[in-house]
Design a protein around this ligand. Structure first.
Ligand SMILES: O=C(O)CCC(=O)C(=O)O
Ligand SMILES: [Fe+2]
Length: 329
């Protein structure tokens, strides 16, 4: 069991974040995930090779070099192949995603759920706002042909509350971020602004072609104490817990290897998740343990069904922000 101490719970709510070491056993918890993703990369390589977009499947390269090479040669970051979520637009019945058993076990990991239970109680829903992030070295990452920006780089300043819909503004959503390989200042670890969660939901600016401060929904630096930001290098096995209002970002990957992380979210069962078009599941319930989802295949089926519905239906709205608001000037 890894329930948090009373001091850790206090620190989390006071500062807005908490790093816990040894949440995961690197060999028994994280290596199976890495092994599973080798198969995903094999599939991507085979597909791109068959489509004539790469000249070799690069089987002989280690994972990091192989992924980087395949992205660079094909001129595209294929993040969606690996992600255990769907994109926010352009979904078709063929949109790839990966919801394998090793990933599923990680979402249901006892020590993660114990820590979450210490923060929000024992009725725990796995929120579908969740990602794997495999960030190649920035100097080798393909760039957008129109803007020249790297296709996947530093994550701009934001609160996770800013990237979900209003209906979940009162849901107690906890983010869990952890690296699959050590996260360092050089390779693009997370940075957080302590105490920033106390100032409510800040104005975010959606991505536009003219964004100077990076791509994706972000907060302009005049709206928070950016000089108070602290980078959080983390060893593999550690996990970072964030409130949904803690301002955070990630640094650029200036190393020669990928930066690899998962970010998961949990909220009390029954509360709006903020992305109702995507499926979550009951990860832990003391009241009704039979309602817990324990089968990775069913989890995959939920995502396949959501993809089917989104492929034919209207695209849901995923954020509330206006690029022309004064806060984005
Ligand atoms: O890993 C990153 O670059 C960003 C992660 C993030 O924003 C999150 O986990 O909420
Ligand atoms: Fe975030």
């Amino acid at each position: 069991m890894a329930h948090l101490t009373a001091e850790q719970v206090d620190q989390f709510w006071r500062e807005g974040f908490l790093v816990i070491e040894n949440v995961f056993d690197p060999e028994t918890d994280l290596d199976p995930v890495i092994a599973e993703y080798r198969g995903v990369l094999d599939r991507l390589a085979a597909d791109l090779y068959a489509a004539g977009q790469i000249t070799s499947t690069y089987d002989e390269l280690p994972f990091s070099d192989r992924l980087t090479k395949i992205y660079a040669e094909s001129g595209k970051v294929h993040a969606q192949y690996f992600d255990f979520s769907l994109p926010q637009d352009g979904i078709t019945e063929e949109t790839p995603f990966w919801t394998g058993p090793a990933v599923f076990n990680t979402l249901r990991h006892d020590r993660v759920l114990d820590a979450i239970e210490s923060l929000i109680g024992p009725e725990i829903y796995s929120n579908p706002v969740q990602h794997v992030r495999l960030k190649p070295p920035e100097h080798l990452t393909p760039r957008d042909p129109n803007t020249g920006a790297v296709q996947l780089g530093a994550t701009p300043w934001h609160q996770d509350n800013g990237v979900i819909n209003e209906e979940a503004d009162n849901t107690e959503i906890i983010t869990v971020w952890f690296p699959l390989t050590d996260a360092t200042i050089e390779n693009g670890c997370l940075a957080v602004v302590p105490f920033s969660h106390e100032d409510g939901l800040l104005p975010h600016c959606p991505a536009t072609a003219e964004n100077k401060s990076g791509f994706g929904v972000h907060i302009r630096e005049q709206h928070f104490a950016s000089d108070q930001a602290v980078p959080l290098p983390m060893k593999r096995g550690s996990a970072l817990f964030l409130t949904k209002r803690t301002v955070h970002s990630s640094l650029s990957n200036n190393s020669d290897h990928i930066r690899w992380s998962f970010d998961l979210r949990y909220n009390p069962i029954g509360a709006p998740t903020g992305r109702g078009a995507f499926p979550g599941f009951i990860a832990r319930s003391k009241e009704n343990p039979e309602a817990e989802l324990r089968d990775a295949k069913i989890w995959t089926d939920l995502w396949v069904e959501a993809r089917r519905a989104l492929a034919v239906g209207d695209n849901p709205k995923f954020n509330r922000w206006d690029p022309n608001s004064p806060a984005c000037a």
